[in-house]
Design a protein. Structure first.
Length: 144
């Protein structure tokens, strides 16, 4: 049994991880949306239908490939019982953080790394597309 289990207290690292559960550093809009949807027990199909959007659109929001407009954000916050602000920033009324000891500090660190890599990949993919477009333009202008 660990010291944490014996004393019933958490380490500072675990406490810090819980405090950052949905901070800008550890969760994206898509993460918050998917978790809030799951917390109310709604499937992607059901939420998409209730919002009047295609399933692919909702899936893109949850995977941070696109973001909804303000009117859909307002509908989402109402349907998911979270604040508009929480959906956007992770601050304000949203989901309750997990119980102490539910997720290790190492898991939090790995999740943060994974989210950062996903963000970097999206940014680099956008940059790659921009460079490819410039190259294509340059080739067609010079004819070579």
């Amino acid at each position: 049994m660990s010291d944490e289990q014996q004393t019933g207290t958490r380490s500072d690292a675990q406490g810090d991880a819980d405090a950052r559960w949905y901070s800008n550093e550890t969760a994206t809009f898509g993460d918050r949306l998917a978790d809030a949807r799951a917390a109310v027990g709604m499937s992607q199909e059901e939420l998409a239908r209730r919002l009047g959007v295609k399933l692919r659109t909702l899936d893109n929001w949850e995977n941070d490939l696109s973001e909804p407009r303000a009117n859909r954000l307002s509908m989402l916050s109402g349907l998911l019982n979270v604040s508009f602000r929480w959906l956007l920033t992770g601050e304000g009324e949203g989901l309750t953080p997990p119980e102490p000891g539910g997720v290790s500090a190492q898991s939090h660190a790995l999740l943060a790394d994974l989210r950062q890599l996903r963000s970097d990949m999206l940014r680099l993919t956008d940059r790659l597309g921009h460079i490819e477009k410039q190259l294509k333009t340059s080739i067609t202008e010079t004819g070579t």
